[in-house]
Write a protein that binds this ligand. Sequence first.
Ligand SMILES: [Zn+2]
Ligand SMILES: [Zn+2]
Length: 387
Amino acid sequence: MAEQTFGISGQTSGKATEESTSMLIRYWGVRGSIPSPLNTKYVRQKEEALIRKIIEDGGTQKLFGDTNVGDAYNLEQVQEKIRQYLAGLPLSLSGTYGGDTTCLEVQVKDSPLIVIDAGTGARLLGGMLSRLIFEGKNINPLNSDEATKRHIHLLFTHYHWDHIQGFPFFGPGFIPGDKNIKVHFYGKRDARKRLSEVLVGQQQYPNFPVEWIDMPCEKEYTELPRLDPRMIQIGNAVITYQELTHPDSVFAYAVEIDGKKFVCASDTEHKDSPDPRLVRLARNADILYYDAQYTPEEYIGTPGTLTGPVPKFDWGHSTYEWGIRNALAANVATLVLGHIEPMRDDFLIERLYERALDFKDAQLKLLENNGKRLEVVMAHQGLEQRL
Ligand SMILES: [Zn+2]
Ligand SMILES: [Zn+2]
């Protein structure tokens, strides 16, 4: 169940309390390029590593106590100790970083719900939103406006499969517009294909049995010019965007309210200096979500690396090093590393994260006298951040 994703593997970070929240970001899909679910080989690796860790930590008797006592109170205590123990372990042992592709939920105070991209993570988000709608609840608890409380504003970074593929499974799309459900789509203006054609096209015969016209929610489209980008107002949220470097181009979005700022820059490739367009968009952001698909060695195509000897130049993706350089140049508070390479298992994701932390420390050392700080977070499905 979707809620459990956040109850179990989710970490909540950010300084805001529930009462003082202006913005809440939930990550429903952080995998790059193609969904990559766990399989038995990976699960078995985790099980073996977890059992080894339990033995190293003194064994089950020492860690959790004795279940042979047999009374219900004792069993509940053992269960609670197990829960606490797992909560203290890295996700490679206790959960997973997730295999669904890009979908971010952004709740903003006094604004309709904002969603960035509809990769396969949109299926889970849509399931949760549909339940809330059928229970008569608000899909954005931070928005009390009656007229827009069931409106969803879906911003597409671009139209590659891994960013649109979840929409045919997005529950609210199947709820008729007369229930006040409206999905407002935003995406780049493209001479080759209209935004509506992109969405209609992916559900056409023989690709999918349910056609676009059979999704009865009310739909609205806004195509955004690539050059001369303009500001979008969604409720009280102010959205700005910027075209960045990616095959067929990509938009990065900044969402702002009450002096808080979240920036999503997925599917972007660095050059040999911080990208001035991204630095301008992300200036002083509280959170920057950035494409960190490759290690520096993978990017240049070093033989023997996870993704092989082929260089990844012009593939449109970046590295944690350039995420950190861009974040420092833009004075960002928290960098979230995402669009995770599909071949990278949970153990390798943690290795990449350790390297990112080391690189960040080294970079901060170079800037020692500037008083700069930067928090770096590894994205995972279930991560929740409050501002
Ligand atoms: Zn992508
Ligand atoms: Zn892409």
